[in-house]
Design a protein around this ligand. Sequence first.
Ligand code: HEC
Length: 150
Amino acid sequence: MAEILTKSRARNIFYGGSLFFIVIFIVLTFQSHRYIVNVSTAGMPLSDAVVLGKRVWERHSCINCHTIHGEGAYFAPELGNVTTRWGVQDDPEGAFEILDAWMKAQPSGIEGRRQMPFFEINEEEMRGLAEFFRWADQTDTQGWPPTDAG
Ligand code: HEC
């Protein structure tokens, strides 16, 4: 009886199969990068203010309590959609003012309410944070979060 899976056939299946899936992997990687830049986050340019805001967000480890698009800690509200909830998604000045007022009023000291610390953040950085939140908020998250506050 002839051998069906000869050594050379097995080798060809192995190399051919590997190559096939490596090509698919590379194509999907490019597709993801293009999609992220051109579609899912393209609603607003990645300005210097947005970049500064992201750095401020990282420096103060806001993510230790908050989530952004579901990533982070579950102690405090989701912030990926905070400018929509506050009604300032298309209003840079309004976003800055409401965020600035909120940040300066912390900790609220209200009995029975979770507390957020006070952060030393200057005006330029606060504007950056507001722009970062507006930028994050126009990301196409395909329905996330399922409820408004994450
Ligand atoms: C120690 C935990 C903690 C850290 C760190 C923290 N927060 Fe908060 N944050 C909270 C809590 C708790 C609330 C909700 C307070 C309330 O509702 O009274 C909150 C609320 C907020 C809100 C209002 C959300 C809403 O839906 O009304 C914003 C905006 C916010 N935080 C921004 C930030 C930013 C920016 C940073 C980093 C500079 C930060 N937070 C770091 C705990 C934290």
